[in-house]
Structures are given as C-alpha cells and as structure tokens.
Design a protein around this ligand. Sequence first.
Ligand code: AMP
Ligand code: MG
Length: 517
Amino acid sequence: MPSLTTKKYKSDFVEHFKGDESGDRSPRQTPGVLYSRAEPTSVKKPKLLAWSQDLANELDIDYPHETDVEILGGNKTTASMRPYAACYAGHQFGNWAGQLGDGRAITLGEWGSKKGIFEIQLKGAGPTAYSRHADGRAVLRSSVREYLMSEAMHYLGVPTTRALSLVTTGEEILRDMFYDGNPKYEPGAVVTRVSPSFLRFGNFELLAARKDVNQLEKLVSWTIERYFPHISGENKLLAWFQEVVEKTAFLMTEWQRVGFVHGVMNTDNMSILGLSIDYGPFSFLDNYDHRFTPNTTDLPGRRYAFGNQPSIGYWNLGKLANAISPLLEDVEPLEEVLNSYEESFWNGYYGMMGKKLGLDEVKKTDKELISQFEKVLSEVQPDMTLFYRLLAKLPSGIQEENIPGHFQECFYSELETSETASFKKLITDYSKRVKTNKISRETSAAIMNRTNPRIILRNFQLHQAIEELEKGENKLFLRLQEAMKDPYSTGGFENLVQKRPAWAETKAGCSMLSCSS
Ligand code: AMP
Ligand code: MG
C-alpha cells in the first residue's frame, strides 16, 4: 500500500490554472491567479492523535509511520507535492467580502486511488498569502471538532469532506476565544482533510469579480469535466448548474434530517460538489428550535439559524448564478434553473420527512401532517434526536393520556397545558395516519430508524472530550470516535444517548460557539 511519503501525487489543479509560484506567503491580494504556492510551516513536535483507518482503507493509504506524521504535521513535503493555497472570494453574512482564500489550509497534492482522485489538505499548517491578519494555525478544540464531526457526518450518510488525521503540534497558539480581550494560549493542531475537491462557490465568484471571463470559463469546464463527467451535449453549463442546484438542495434536506446547523453558510463555505465543508461553530439541534444558531457572530440576525438554512442555500446559489452569468448570452434559462431550487428542495424535503415519520408514501394530506409536526415541535421543543427515536417506538393504538408519558425523556421542560394538548393531537393524528400505511409497523419503524440517528455528536460531549484531551486524556474522544461510526444503531453506547444536560445550556462551547478557532 502506498504511504503518504512514497506516493506519487498528482497536481492537476496547479497544472491547469495560473498560480503564483513564488512561494511568498506574506498576506496580499493576488490578482490574476487562482492559487499561491505555500509550503507548510514546521511545528515543534507533531504527534498523531487520531487516524481515520476506514478512510485510509478506502483510499489505500498506509498507516502513518514517523515520516508520514511529519507530513501530516506540516514538517515535510515530498518531491511530487506542489503545495498551494487556493484563492477564492465570497459573500459573508450577506455582504461581498472580496478576496478571501485558504488562510490556513494548504493542499499538499492529489491522491489517485481506485475511488478517484482526492485532494489531501492540511488545515492549520501555517500562513499563506491569504492569511490576512491571522496566523494560519488552528487550535486543538476546533481541530477535534472538525475531525470528529466531518467523519460523523460521513457515517450519518450526509455528503461531506472527510478527515484523515488529527495531529497535535506541540506548540501553543494565542486565541481570544470569547472576543472579550482576554486571549489565552491553547494547544495547536493540524487536521488533514480529504475531498475530491475543496472548490467553493467563492472560487467562481472571485473570477467573476475580476471580470476574468477566460479563466472563469476554464474553471467551469474543468470542474464539469473532472467532477461531472456524465454531463454532455450543448447546454453543459446549464446542466451543470442544475446539478449544483440539486446537490445543494439535497444537502439542505440532509442537514434538516439530522438537525445539523452549519453556523457560517457564507458562499466561501459552500462546496461546488454539495458537500458539508469548513466545520466551524456548528451544532446539532438539541431542543427543536428553528431559530437556533450556534454561532455567536450570527446572533444579531440569526441569518444562519437552523430553519433558515434552506433559503440561504438558495441565496448562495443566486450568487453562484450571478458569477457564471457572464458565460451565457441569455440569462433567463439560468434564472429558471436557479428557481427550480424550490421544487427540488420541497420534493426532497417531503420525501425525507415521509421517511422520518415512517410513512409508506407522502400524500397531499401528509404534507399537512408534516407541517403540523414542524409547528408543534417548534412550540414544544423536544430534543429532536430523542423525539424521533421515541416516535418509532410509539405503541399502536396508544391512548391519548399516555402520549406525554411515552415521550417524557425528550422534553427539556414541563409542558404547558396548551402545549400538551397540541402535542397529544399531533401524535394522535400521526398514529391514525400510520395505521393506514400499506407497510407493516415493523417496516415503518425500520425506515424511521435508518433515517433518524440515535447517536449524534452533541456539542456538550465534544466539549467534554476536548477538555479531557487538553489534559492529556483521550478516553471520551476515542469513545465518541467509535460511537459515531454506527449512528443508527439500536443499542450500545447508552450513556451517549442523552439530551443536553442543564449545566451545558448556557456554557460556551456547548450551545454557543465563537468563530475563534
Ligand atoms: P471561515 O469562516 O473559517 O471559513 O474563515 C474565513 C476566512 O478566514 C478563510 O479565508 C480562512 O482561511 C480564514 N481564516 C480563518 N482562521 C484563520 C487563521 N487562524 N489564520 C489564517 N486564516 C484564517
Ligand atoms: Mg471557510
């Protein structure tokens, strides 16, 4: 099996596009180029903290020996690597932000495998031309979160970039975690991320903003040929955009399915392949609250709150459509494709909800039932994950007075009389509907248990694992790493299946997170 050190890496992106090969890593604007060469900056003492053996097996990567760990920590590159930081732009919180780029991510090279070609990228490996005022590093806490969460999303079946390794650097870095003028030293780390591509909407927006239609056209053609090779015919551009629309809509339904809130859906964090990318101040929902945003920076407007994600997906696609519009003479068909998002999302959404509820099909009246679920759950705010697993266990013909008792453990607070009434009505209506299923109750419950995870990575658990790791103890971390591999299990890891405890409700890192990472 090839190791990270012996592999001959490909460099298709670098060979295809204009880049700044000077290796200069001072922060600057880089007009005319799509990337800047960037060697990782060495660290004191790279130490392997975690390795994703499943991913390594898929890509045929040998377990890392000493020299490989040096690569994973940024202390060594090999002759076939052409490390670079990509240049992109984007809209952040609704405003044009201009040139951004990989400020702390460095792609080492492309790994060819029987599964295809994958970019191998270090996150936190030191400054690049795009680091602006920041240090190019990442703290252990944010790296653990990205490592575990991207792998967890993979096992949940949600499209995502992957994480191959987590390496501590033996160095401390200064962070003002609460943005309150009290910076502290924290341990540093590097995550090795893997994805067929890390291209974002923002890569296309950058070229459009530069009015560099030639390179824009080239990037679009390259993306289609490489990542959408089945697209052929005259209207490749529209067919491609249609797929990006559909993949994005699908990703949004998937986030809604598992209760994932990304927290920073800026267009520079939107993958052109419809993957979950750039894990920062994310969270799963604990209590079912559409208005929940885990990102403290997002609090004033709640732009990226759970319930807003699908419409933000559309907004972001609008920016991508704008960016590629110079490649079309007539933009009307592009607008039509953009507007197909709504139908694509809702079709996917109702299909997904039908499975969450274990319905044999989704009829018109079922759409009303689904809306009723949204409304009542938002009012009662049970723990989303526990609720759906309890729903799959609902005894058929349950008496109305027994309904609150069945769901007891998923509530965060005592229900008010009116809440109890609407909750009872919802479950009674649901129970009646399930009786009309043409599939057995067992089949229906099996569908539900394949759609509704039992184990999610809750922020308070991540927080506890990180606190332990910072003290040199990896027990909970390893436990989470193991548990997340089987999120739809019917047993095991019992003490991880619990709602957020009261102490974690207002604790930083458990319900609210800052972007400081
Ligand atoms: P994010 O919100 O994490 O996607 O980051 C927005 C931009 O800031 C991206 O261009 C990042 O590469 C950059 N960035 C974030 N943190 C750092 C850091 N510590 N050093 C350099 N660049 C950073
Ligand atoms: Mg980002």
